[in-house]
Design a protein around this ligand. Structure first.
Ligand code: SOE
Length: 387
């Protein structure tokens, strides 16, 4: 079997999740090529060495350009903050490396356009890029898309999608990079709202064509970060401005006419990682909640009236997407399995010489939705077309 040697740039929270995906996927799925955890890259040599030791990467480097220049690297996996996605991804694609890039694709529509153009050029030479909207690979979510496509809920009439977290309710939580526009691009909107947008479009099979919304920063200033990254850390001395949104609310119009209501919030007290979606159709409905991720609720409006009601389907049967590779029926899967499914799907597509999904063009389209929500908010919530 051929091997596919991966260099991962970045080693924070998403680095741990991707490492788990690369490690586990070839052990549970029969893959056409074996992903190898070749090289872990980060700016701090000591820290990157410790992360590589912990997660099982063979080598380390402090220079992503050297990683891209190496002949023995096939895949560049980007798990850095959004401010470096474009530069790394474009350089990697131009060097002939396949790319997996964390979401949102970029910090702006302009950057995402450059990335999607580079991906389109590379694809002509059999070099492919994918953006990591991992929740598509939660079995219940993939199954929800299959149900909707099979006509089980009829025509989509209405969508409600929300991604709720509460890690910023605490006003003393420090100013991590996710709260700084120059690093993260946007706040709740881009970080978690992007997932809700992707999920809504993925499950319905329809794109949003226009949006109207408002974004809000609830806590305008926070203590500077002394130590830590990602979602947590210890506060140091001094304070700094929060330059991204804490909450984003918007309406969206889908291409076949249905309206959607979206919420992305890091201020939803008590909600830790609640990515929820409900799709109501002319013959039924489906509902999913990431905090109960092994289940999908299904309502069949064609059932006899005295037997109607949301049925909680445990998506843990071997017939369900991805599940057969894991445990016997009813033995639950968790957050990290999505990253193994992502690695599996990526390797399979690359080995077959086909475009993995979601592509950078898909990532660009989500970025355009995010940009349109921001423009709508600046224009007092006016309906704004997605370019
Ligand atoms: C933080 O809000 C975060 O880690 C996101 O960045 C991830 O995309 C999401 O999966 C979990 O929450």
């Amino acid at each position: 079997m051929t091997s596919m040697r991966v260099a991962m740039i970045g080693y924070g929270f998403m680095g741990a999740a991707h490492s788990q995906g690369w490690r586990v996927a070839p052990r549970f799925f029969d893959l056409p090529a074996a992903p190898e955890m070749g090289l872990l890259v980060g700016r701090n040599g000591g820290r990157v060495a410790a992360a590589a030791e912990k997660w099982g990467w063979a080598e380390t480097s402090t220079d992503w350009r050297q990683a891209i220049a190496r002949d023995d690297i096939d895949v560049i996996d980007i798990v850095t903050p959004g401010d470096s996605h474009a530069e790394i991804a474009v350089a990697a694609l131009e060097a002939g490396k396949h790319v997996l890039c964390e979401k949102p694709l970029a910090n702006s529509v302009a950057e995402a356009e450059v990335m999607a153009a580079a991906a389109a050029r590379a694809a002509e030479h059999g070099v492919f890029a994918m953006v990591g909207f991992t929740y598509r690979r939660v079995p219940a979510v993939t199954y929800a898309r299959q149900l909707v496509a099979s006509g089980a809920i009829g025509d989509v009439r209405n969508v409600r999608a929300e991604y709720l977290q509460d890690w910023l309710v605490d006003e003393t939580a420090p100013l991590a990079w996710r709260l700084q526009k120059e690093h993260a691009g946007s706040g709740a909107l881009g970080d978690i709202g992007a997932h809700a947008i992707d999920l809504a479009q993925f499950i319905t099979g329809q794109r949003l064509t226009s949006v109207a919304g408002t974004i809000d920063t609830v806590v305008a200033e926070r203590p500077l970060l002394a130590e830590g990254s990602g979602l947590s850390g210890t506060a140091g001395t001094g304070r700094g401005a929060v330059t991204v949104d804490d909450v984003a609310l918007f309406s969206g119009r889908f291409e076949q006419g249905a309206l959607g209501a979206f919420v992305a919030s890091r201020m939803s007290t008590g909600r830790k990682n609640a990515l929820r979606i409900e799709v109501s159709g002319s013959r039924g409905a489906i509902a999913f909640d990431l905090e109960d991720m092994n289940a999908l609720s299904y309502y069949d409006d064609t059932a006899p009236a005295d037997r109607r009601g949301f049925t909680k389907i445990l998506v843990t049967e071997p017939e369900h997407p991805y599940v057969a590779a894991w445990w016997p029926a009813g033995h639950m899967l968790g957050y990290e399995h999505g990253f193994a499914h992502q690695a599996k799907d990526f390797v399979e597509a690359i080995a077959a010489g086909t475009q993995p999904t979601p592509s950078f063009a898909d990532g660009l389209q989500v970025q355009r939705v995010l940009g349109s929500v921001e423009r709508s908010s600046e224009a007092a919530g006016v309906w704004t077309a997605i370019d």
